[in-house]
Design a protein around this ligand. Structure first.
Ligand code: VGL
Ligand code: ZN
Length: 212
């Protein structure tokens, strides 16, 4: 069994949003083309309280995109984004969500950020996704969404660590790109065993799904 994971396609990560990914909305069409072929689709939603520790505004003398040391390692500070209940936290209106089976909210604990769909940034607190996938006997995951260099990367690395065959659908992800972080993320994913695929190649395989 296989599942599609759609990471954080929310207004705040799209053009005009609080933490916009350049051309982030360009991945919506490829994702919408893929969703009809999947029986299992999981969508994540970054979902922060206003006092979240990843917001630069909650630290004295700190600016967005600076890095600080916290209990669980390094943490990039962000502009306030995806605040619970705000329009920016909603999924992009053009994203097709009809086929989604499971929505996972993450980053709701004030003291800890959560990039990955599997584990929060302490690499220990589970979101429950592994239990869901395992109970459905899903062994392969296809990853799409925003942002390649943060939430997508950590989701892909955790998927590999959790033992799934992991594919990144390259035309269905986009990055923020701070100091070459997209290229570094692609290398890290590649070195960890993530496979790269394009949706034009994948769709015919899904149509004759015995090959997956
Ligand atoms: C993300 C930074 C902060 C992401 C979420 O979805 O990649 N990046 N929160
Ligand atoms: Zn966030």
């Amino acid at each position: 069994m296989y599942a599609l994971i759609v990471v954080d396609v929310q207004n705040d990560f799209c053009p005009g949003g609080k933490l916009e990914v350049p051309n982030g909305d360009e991945i919506i069409a490829p994702i919408n083309r893929l969703t009809p072929y999947f029986e299992y689709i999981v969508q994540t939603q970054d979902w922060h309280p206003t006092n979240h520790s990843s917001f630069a505004s909650n630290h004295i003398n700190r600016k967005p995109f600076e890095t600080i040391d916290v209990d669980y390692g390094k943490q990039v500070l962000w502009p306030d984004h995806c605040v619970q209940g705000s329009r920016g936290a909603e999924f992009h209106p053009k994203l097709e969500t009809v086929h989604t089976n499971l929505f996972i909210r993450k980053g709701f604990r004030p003291e800890i950020d959560s990039y990955s769909a599997f584990y929060e940034n302490d690499q220990a607190t589970s979101t429950g996704l592994k239990g869901y996938l395992d109970s459905l006997k899903i062994s392969t995951v296809f990853i799409t969404g925003l942002a390649t260099d943060f939430c997508v990367k950590w989701t892909a690395l955790d998927a590999i660590k959790s033992g799934y065959n992991t594919y990144l659908i390259c035309d269905a992800v986009k990055g923020i790109d701070i100091d070459n972080s997209v290229q570094n993320a692609m290398k890290e994913m590649y070195d960890s065993g993530v496979e790269f695929i394009l949706s034009d190649y994948l769709i015919p395989l899904l149509e004759s799904s015995n090959e997956i």
